[in-house]
Design a protein around this ligand. Structure first.
Ligand SMILES: [Fe+2]
Ligand SMILES: [Fe+2]
Length: 161
């Protein structure tokens, strides 16, 4: 095995967290579908797929290095929300939490002096910057839409060459 037990355990924990992420976004997609919001639902289905992909990618990395992947129970997710905006507020908080977890994973890789893992985790550090930005942009849109007139002026100003 080319990966330390501690590093392997940290990855296993993150893999389960990514699957939990996939479930929460899938549940959000179902909620949107039920409420008739097809666009939001489709965005959330894609988000759920992406999180599952993260779990697969991390599992593949651990297995490639001769480690073992063991799935544990995945906690139940929240199933009801007040409105679309509340879902995105939850999404941002969740992604900020994931960023913290990825940082902890990177700390373990540093402490274990595991260069391959450090290199692998780097792309997830970049990914989290993007994830947080995307969700923040959506939340900003909610704010702007509730102020039509100013949003219109903003759009006009964006045309300046
Ligand atoms: Fe993820
Ligand atoms: Fe994510």
């Amino acid at each position: 095995m080319n990966i330390s037990q501690r590093m392997q355990d940290a990855f296993n924990k993150q893999i389960v967290a990514e699957l939990w992420s996939s479930n929460i976004y899938l549940q959000m997609a179902f909620w949107f579908r039920k409420e008739g919001w097809k666009g939001f639902a489709s965005w959330m289905y894609k988000q759920a797929e992406e999180e599952k992909q993260h779990a697969m990618d991390m599992s593949n990395f651990v297995l490639m290095r001769g480690g073992e992947v063991k799935l544990t129970a995945i906690d139940a997710v929240k199933t009801n929300w007040k409105d679309a905006k509340e879902i995105f507020i939850d999404t941002l908080a969740h992604e900020q939490n994931v960023t913290e977890m990825i940082n902890v994973l990177a700390d373990v890789a540093d402490e274990e002096k595991d260069r391959a893992s450090q290199n692998f985790i780097d792309k997830y550090i970049d990914e989290q910057v993007e994830e947080e930005r995307n969700v923040q942009d959506i939340l900003d849109s909610f704010e702007h839409q509730s102020n039509h007139a100013v949003a219109h002026i903003d759009k006009e100003l964006s045309k300046r060459q």
